[in-house]
Design a protein around this ligand. Sequence first.
Ligand code: SF4
Length: 139
Amino acid sequence: MSDQQLPSEKSMAKMNKYVEKYLEKTGTSRHPNEEVTESVIKGLAHHVDELGRPLCPCNFYPDKKEELERSREWVCACDEMKIYKYCHCLLFVRDDGLPITEYLPEGHEGKQIYGVVEDPTPENGRELRHKSDEYEASH
Ligand code: SF4
């Protein structure tokens, strides 16, 4: 990878700091494969450089700027993380590397892929859990 493809040091430092804090806040862990974590953080930092916001790097957006104007749903930490504690990028996971799925609605692809993965620290995170009904109604 050339230097041009790397995000700025400033954005990397900002996202590394954010991720550390959010891991602590939610009681989640880094993925056991550090490359997974690093590549997601790089993707987030690229978006900070490009768009000014850490848009989730694991989705496809027809138009990233339009996506941000439309909603902050996929700005990290995204609504799914704040409501269900589910991170499909595997940035915030259990220490065995699995994403938490136990709070996801039935039929959500996370539950279909991983089955029911229980939350080892239910007292932490899910700061927008009260919005789950509203979220489900709009998706
Ligand atoms: S899935 Fe959500 S919490 Fe995970 S990296 Fe993407 S935006 Fe962040």
